[in-house]
Design a protein around this ligand. Sequence first.
Ligand SMILES: [Zn+2]
Length: 75
Amino acid sequence: MNDQQTPPAGRGATPLASCKEAARLMSRQQDTPLSDAESESLKQHLYTCLSCRRFDDQLLFLRKLARRYAEGGAD
Ligand SMILES: [Zn+2]
């Protein structure tokens, strides 16, 4: 199995994430903190990409809900 690996800051000076990459980073950061380079390229992508920003908003919202639910006392 060789899973595709993210090329480390591949081509060009600014490693801008694609939408697909951005989505992957956004969902991954729910579980694992991103590296500096990753969060930077995600941030830059979000800065320029409205649809990904919306997606990020939704993830944040869901996470907040989930957390509130967990803390708020199931049982
Ligand atoms: Zn995007």
